[in-house]
Structure formats: C-alpha cells, structure tokens
Design a protein around this ligand. Structure first.
Ligand code: FES
Length: 56
C-alpha cells in the first residue's frame, strides 16, 4: 500500500528501510524521500516505522 504518493513509496519500502537501520522520519526522508514534498504522509510513515521497529 502506498504511504507517500508524492514519491511512490509503499509501506514495504518503509519496512525495508527500517530493517536496514532507519529509525526516524528524518532518516526515511534522507533514504527514500518520504515526506519531502506535501508531507501528508508523515504521520502514516512514522506509524509504519514504529510498528516495524517494535516488531524487530
Ligand atoms: Fe509524501 Fe506527499 S505524500 S510527500
């Protein structure tokens, strides 16, 4: 499912980034560009990140 429409980023992309060490929205923005445009995705992206990190 798409999380960041502006950049075509899915929850799978975010999970993979989280598994590879991203642990903040800033990291996600740097790695994938999430939230770099309209930023409407920020809340959802943070939630996916948090869920993934807590499941590790
Ligand atoms: Fe992510 Fe717009 S939906 S920056």
């Amino acid at each position: 499912m798409y999380v960041c429409l502006c950049n075509g980023i899915t929850d799978g992309h975010i999970r993979e980034a989280a598994m590879n060490g991203c642990d903040s929205l800033r990291d996600l923005r740097r790695e994938l560009g999430v939230g770099s445009q309209c930023a409407k995705c920020a809340r959802h992206a943070r939630q996916v990140l948090r869920d993934t990190r807590s499941a590790v």
